[in-house]
Design a protein around this ligand. Structure first.
Ligand SMILES: Nc1ncnc2c1ncn2[C@@H]1O[C@H](COP(=O)(O)OP(=O)(O)OP(=O)(O)O)[C@@H](O)[C@H]1O
Ligand SMILES: [Mg+2]
Length: 304
């Protein structure tokens, strides 16, 4: 089971998140990003957060601690926004907290310039996303944090937000372990992710035993009442069965044809040359931003 804490202070809503998570302090003196059961994304998003996040941790990827947070909406009596109040009022009881990483920055194309992404690590992350059909780790919404951003320790990538993974649980009867993974807009696509090495290393580690361990961490209350299943354990068994079958079928879904670093560099150079060619002479002396301000860079063009 995940550690349980009780919220002592509702600090503020995180309006950058679509599900409007909250920053919450708890009785263990920790600060957490809390995803609420009353959000529009529903309980299944929390189930996916637990299963995929705990799987990531078990496979050695960096993922902040998850806790179960007992929350009383009375703590947020000062919250002025009616919609946020409604969300909190609907979330009395158990919710999901993630350890807050102070000063962490979202992994955007600009922030990516400040840290080194290792192709082996990128491969592991893409592999996990493909296994768990995570559709929300794109260049536009990376759900990766860079932390720490101060002090002497090197900044590293941390995974967050797996609420949009395990999409098969929205239609169990159509769950296909061989379903291909659309990786074209993956946030790490331009880092030559070594997914074959990741498959060789990680697939043997995703055993039924490990899947039982991670699914056991989901509270019964978030699994109860799933149509077609008699008990929470029956739902857990369905996750275990599907993911175990998908691991065995990795040849069918393993994304392989990422552009290499050389291909990406060559494409970049071609674009730069085309841009320069179309410029008047005086503009050829201006620093080369390929005709675009850096802030508008968009990797998707490299990914096809
Ligand atoms: N543990 C954390 N530490 C620091 N910042 C965080 C943490 N978790 C989330 N954040 C910040 O909050 C933002 C929203 O979080 P998250 O993506 O988990 O929410 P969400 O509601 O699922 O968002 P969306 O559905 O829009 O992707 C992140 O992009 C990040 O900037
Ligand atoms: Mg997010």
């Amino acid at each position: 089971m995940l550690r349980e804490v009780t919220a002592t202070r509702y600090v503020k809503p995180l309006t950058t998140g679509g599900s409007v998570p909250g920053i919450v302090e708890a009785d263990d003196l920790g600060t957490y990003v809390v995803k609420f059961t009353g959000s529009a994304q529903g309980r299944k998003a929390l189930v996916a957060e637990v299963i995929v996040g705990e799987l990531a941790r078990a496979l050695g990827l960096r993922f902040p601690e998850l806790v179960l947070v007992h929350f009383d909406p009375a703590l947020a009596a000062h919250e002025p926004h009616q919609e946020v109040r409604a969300l909190l009022d609907a979330s009395h009881g158990l919710n999901l907290g993630m350890d807050w990483l102070p000063g962490a920055k979202d992994f955007t194309p600009e922030i990516a310039e400040t840290c080194r992404v290792d192709p082996v690590e990128a491969g592991r992350i893409v592999w996990l996303d493909a296994l768990t059909t995570n559709v929300d780790r794109t260049v536009h919404s990376s759900n990766l944090l860079v932390w720490p951003t101060f002090g002497t320790a090197p900044p590293r990538l941390w995974l967050i937000d797996h609420g949009a993974a395990l999409i098969f649980h929205h239609r169990w009867d159509g769950a296909d372990p061989e379903k291909a993974y659309d990786f074209r807009h993956h946030a790490l696509g331009r880092y030559a992710p070594d997914v074959r090495a990741a498959d060789a290393e990680l697939a043997p580690r995703v055993t039924r035993e490990l899947l039982h361990e991670v699914t056991a961490r989901v509270p019964d209350a978030w699994l109860a009442g799933e149509p077609g299943f008699a008990t929470p354990d029956a739902v857990r068994e369905a996750y275990v069965g599907h993911l175990a079958a998908r691991v065995r079928a990795s040849a069918a879904w393993l994304p392989t044809d990422f552009p290499t670093r050389q291909e990406l560099a060559a494409e970049e150079a071609r674009r730069a040359a085309r841009t320069r060619q179309g410029r008047p002479d005086w503009l050829k002396r201006v620093p080369d931003l390929h005709g675009k301000p850096a802030a508008e860079q968009d990797w998707s063009v490299h990914l096809g």
